[in-house]
Design a protein around this ligand. Structure first.
Ligand SMILES: Nc1ncnc2c1ncn2[C@@H]1O[C@H](COP(=O)(O)OP(=O)(O)OP(=O)(O)O)[C@@H](O)[C@H]1O
Length: 586
């Protein structure tokens, strides 16, 4: 028996295995569109063929029944059936042609907006916000709010993710920083929720930090203005003071930790949740948060729940997770996966040492300080140190890190947003998701510890299509990872010197070297105190560098010291100096 006959009649269920088809799509961006297109077209063709042949089968059966019962009308009946059949065939062919034309139009539109999709039967992208009304019956309050906020046209991620979610499809999406992902998941949520909750939580948005949760909460409120949605932010106060057995809530925004506490301690029921969004999803699946996220996903037991994952960085393991977790999900990528925003001018500056960094930042601010400027360092200790140094220069500087109280953190963010603070020094606590309007420059004072940290940090500027600038300082210790940044710069359209691209690439994860403290005070080697060594020999204090008295006396020299430091003949003073180059010694 041939293989053909063995598999005759078996049809590959593309709908069921849509995710697997997507997984086997070639990663080459240029060919993926055509491939997806052909998968969809194959599917549609199969469906049409199936429909036609099943109609034929049905007709065959009917006509034979007719033949059995009414042989007199046999010829006339079969003739009219044939006509109907021909008509049906014409109709389905017409339908197929229409569908193919639509697919073609969608593909052309996606290509023009740099949108890449994979999955079965992906909904057409939105061309405008008006289409929300004509095709999806969007309530007028939402359109009014968007217009008031100055949102004239949907961004590419909104164009594709909104119709996907509105058609009850799960999705995981990757789009550049500042490209409007928040509205991409909040808009369909508001449109689908319609009636308000009488009891229980209907939709959840999980954010990795309290700052981002607060910002998303405020955004939701703006989009929902004029409608009586119950939108709640899981604050400490709400967590401690609420009776979660009666908790009518349309949209709940929380960090994973607080939501987990609410479900564990306060028995918050998540079984009625209809929509679950994991914002900054790759961060949420990192070891520190994974346990809580996993438990929350398991607690959302509603079988018709629609889940979605959004981020500007989508590592492969998150894609695997998404496919494992979701049913028939659509994958949406805007631009290229894990790419820095193209609107940011990126620059690398070699400072040699830690001391060099402080000189470089001072010099840069002395030449031109164009606030607001966000400066990232690798630890809270360093944030405090740098803040102390810059405060000397009469710069309105503030600091934000995890050691501060919630109130202090909120004040730091608010003052920076209100431009009361010119320079905000931060740890990675505000590197993701935060939308500080109009940041002119991000300075990576300390080299970021991973590609995703780099993309998210610099993505605080150049948002919503505006231009921005990012400067990354690097020292000898950071050189092994330079090539990674150079690649990210090149892929987002920045000019990169050729010597940088020729460097070796090293795996870049958790690069946080121990750095010298940030200080203009001279490093004074240890003073040995008078101590009795075990062998009983007493030592006198040894001073290797001058103490405060000596420093003062140098500043106000005595007469004899003045004589000693008299003018020296100044001829042919040409010491050997290091060569003039921005390239580090490699
Ligand atoms: N359609 C639109 N038209 C104009 N502005 C928009 C539109 N959509 C969003 N914005 C604005 O763009 C900015 C960035 O949006 P948002 O914070 O949602 O970006 P994001 O993609 O989530 O960024 P990140 O990856 O950094 O979290 C916000 O100030 C928002 O108000």
């Amino acid at each position: 028996m041939s293989n053909d006959s063995l598999f005759a009649g078996i049809r590959f269920d593309r709908k069921r295995f849509g995710a697997d088809i997507a997984r086997f799509q070639k990663k080459d961006v240029s060919t993926s569109l055509a491939k997806i297109q052909s998968v969809i077209e194959d599917e549609e063709i199969n469906e049409t063929i199936e429909a036609v042949s099943s109609k034929k089968r049905k007709r065959k059966k009917t006509s034979s029944e007719a033949v059995d019962g009414f042989s007199v009308f046999r010829s006339s009946t079969s003739k009219s059936k044939e006509k109907v059949q021909a008509g049906d065939d014409d109709e389905s062919i017409q339908l197929k042609k229409e569908k193919n034309k639509q697919l073609e139009r969608d593909a052309i539109f996606r290509k023009s907006r740099n949108i890449h999709v994979s999955g079965y039967n992906v909904p057409s992208p939105l061309q405008s916000f008006d289409e929300l009304k004509t095709s999806y019956k969007c309530p007028s309050y939402l359109l009014r709010n968007l217009a008031e906020l100055g949102f004239r046209e949907p961004t590419p991620i909104q164009q594709q993710a909104i119709p996907i979610l509105l058609q009850d499809r799960e999705c995981f999406a990757c789009a550049p920083t500042g490209s409007g992902k928040t509205l991409a998941f909040v808009c369909p949520m508001l449109m689908k929720l319609k009636a308000h909750s009488k009891g229980g939580v209907r939709a959840i948005i999980i954010c990795h930090s309290r700052e981002l949760s607060g910002q998303t909460y405020r955004e939701c409120k703006k989009f929902a203005k004029g409608e009586k949605f119950r939108i709640k932010l899981m604050t400490k106060h709400l967590l401690e003071g609420s009776d979660f057995s009666k908790f009518p809530c349309d949209i709940l925004i929380s960090t994973p930790f607080r939501l987990r506490l609410a479900t564990q301690r306060k028995k918050l029921d998540l079984s009625r949740v209809e929509y679950l969004v994991l914002d900054e999803s790759d961060k949420l699946f990192e070891p520190g948060m994974f346990k809580q996220i996993d438990a929350i996903i398991k607690a959302c037991t509603n079988p018709s729940i629609i889940r979605s994952l959004f981020s500007a960085t989508l590592p492969d393991f998150i894609e695997d997770k998404a496919r494992e977790l979701m049913h028939d999900a659509v994958r949406v990528i805007v631009g290229r996966k894990n790419m820095a925003s193209e609107t940011i001018k990126q620059k690398l500056v070699f400072t040699g040492s830690e001391e060099g960094k402080l000189i470089a930042i001072r010099q840069s601010f002395a030449e031109s300080l164009n606030p607001p400027v966000l400066v990232f360092v690798q630890s809270k200790e360093r944030a405090k140190e740098l803040c102390g140094e810059l405060a000397f220069d009469n710069i309105r500087v503030d600091v934000i890190h995890s050691d501060l109280s919630q109130e202090e953190r909120e004040n730091a963010v608010d003052n920076f947003r209100a431009c009361k603070t010119w320079v905000l020094i931060a740890t990675d606590v505000v590197a993701r998701g935060m939308d500080f309007k109009g940041i002119n420059c991000v300075i990576n004072y300390d080299f970021p510890d991973s590609a995703s940290a780099y993309i998210h940090r610099i993505g605080r500027s150049g948002r919503a299509g505006r231009s921005g600038e990012a400067i990354t300082f690097y020292t000898e210790e950071d050189i092994p990872f330079l090539k990674n940044v150079a690649n990210l710069m090149a892929s987002s359209g920045c000019e990169v010197p050729s010597w940088l691209t020729e460097l070796q690439k090293k795996k870049w994860r958790k690069h946080r070297p121990k750095r010298d403290s940030i200080s203009t005070k001279p490093d004074r080697p240890k003073r040995y105190s008078i101590s009795t060594k075990p062998d009983g020999v007493a030592e006198k204090e040894v001073e290797e560098t001058p103490g405060p008295k000596e420093i003062l006396s140098q500043l106000n020299p005595t007469e004899s010291q003045k004589k000693k430091s008299q003018k020296k003949k100044w001829r042919k003073n040409r010491p050997k100096r290091d060569s003039i180059s921005t390239k580090p010694d490699l």
